[in-house]
Design a protein around this ligand. Sequence first.
Ligand code: ZN
Ligand code: CA
Ligand code: ZN
Length: 598
Amino acid sequence: MKQAARAWLGVLAIAAGLAAEPAFRLKNPVMSGNIQANPKRWIPGKLHLLVELPEAGAATDTEKLLEDRGAAVLSKFGGAGMVIAALDDTDLSDLELHSASVFDPASKISPLLDPEGVAEFYLIEFHADVSPGDAEAIVLSEGLWLRRHPDLLARHVLAAGGMDQIRRLVQWEEVAYVFPAADELISGLAVTGCAGALSENGQIGQYVATIGHGWDGPGRGAARLTYSFGRLADRLPAASVQAVIEQALAEWAAHAALRFTASAATGGARDLNFLFAARAHGDAYAFDGPGRVLAHTFFPSPPNPEPLAGDLHFDGDENWQIGAGVDLYSVVLHELGHALGLGHADRPGAVMYPYYRRAAQLSADDIAALRTLYAVQQEQSPTPEPLLLTVEGAPRSAADAVDLRGTTAGGWGEVRVAWDGPNGQSGLAVGSRSWLIRGIRLTPGPNPVTITASDGAGAQVSRTLVVVRDTPQLAPAPQPQAPAAPPASSPSPPPAQPRPPGTPVSGDTTAPSLVIHSPASTGSATSGASIRLAGSARDASGVAEVTWSAAAGRNGVASGTASWSAEVPLLVGINNITIRARDRAGNVAWRSVSVTRY
Ligand code: ZN
Ligand code: CA
Ligand code: ZN
């Protein structure tokens, strides 16, 4: 009975080899075999073990038995795995465990740490039951320099030193993991840690790379999930919150075979439910008022139980903002990683690093982690419905530019519509399911335009449309020249000869052709306080002026006409900006773009 937990150590290497479908994946799963029978311990009599049960569902009984014997379950990965703090006399021998292992010291070192490092900053994570005082004392005992930071998560210590000291430090039984410290932490900037990578019971340690196999089951496959909205942030318009959430979903879906569709029903299985709530809200993790904890998220099912699996909770007491302060997009993007089965990344700069950072997109590290669980889109099984493309639009045009529109259907993931036109023109259409190409410039005669739709699985479908530009009738009467004719340096006057302002132009009833080159699509988003719009405008009688207008009466004049640009200030949220080009005859063309400032 006595020393049973330590006696268990003798069979660890064998047990680890048996684990066929682990309930979690460690970042550094080394088994050096160099496990000491009597590890270095700051707190005598206690041992941290990573336990796997033979099957999900056995956890509740086992947990009860363990607690009766003085062990504490620190975190439970759904039904099949847990981290426990056992006492030396906790008897494990009659429990039906698949495996139970102490943490091999070598497995506590992040693969990202430079083995030759002599003066680096590290974040040292301790097991959840180690007091902050003990944690700091252990770090100091190995001669590392402590660097205090008020925003560190409870289990983290920031310290500087060399790898020789780290290799001694990880011999301490209480140390769980060591990984690189981000620059913001080192320089003392305010940060917010994510305390919310949650299993059914307890936070997941930094040493865990992924929990379960993702929503697609074992192997790397595709997953279809729904998302739904509970109560949303009070201080932001619901439409803005939903737009931000959908933008973050699209960012994850762009990098793996994931499909998210909106659901009006909440509480279903395989549904990511977004809920903003203050304080206690029905799970074991009450929020803490403004500051500190911002959000928490439940890992997929299995191992987490439905309908909680995949749900994302945000602290309703925070001053949520878009593109500033407590930035909703950045936090949603991070929490979605947990909802898909990812733990925290070791690499500073990754979206999944345990301290939130302002992010517009996923890093290579995040994408690589995602693809350990899910297929990349190209490997995706055959698309459920073939990709279809329809093109509407006038086959003939009298104008020198034409718009084309159409639709797409079927396909997998994000569908894009691109076009190639005469004289090397090309670009992306606005929209995809219903798309629009504006201002394709035509030359007299036939103009082939090829439209190509492609989907996230690499499927493509093209259609070529020939737009015939009717040769414009010659002006019935040449325009009378002013008495003082300009020097006839050019024998044939160009049709678009500039005229002085105010000169009346008769006969021109065609609006200018106006193209917005930048931003390239209407779906653009930025965190900036303004956006530079640029494009071109052409007209037979000359473009007099290009102007812009936006909501709340803001407007201005662009610089330039044939090639114009304008710096347009943005409000947080959705900004609809209209550009107008007016020719000297008073004809006006307009185009608009929508820019989301987050
Ligand atoms: Zn997190
Ligand atoms: Ca809070
Ligand atoms: Zn919650």
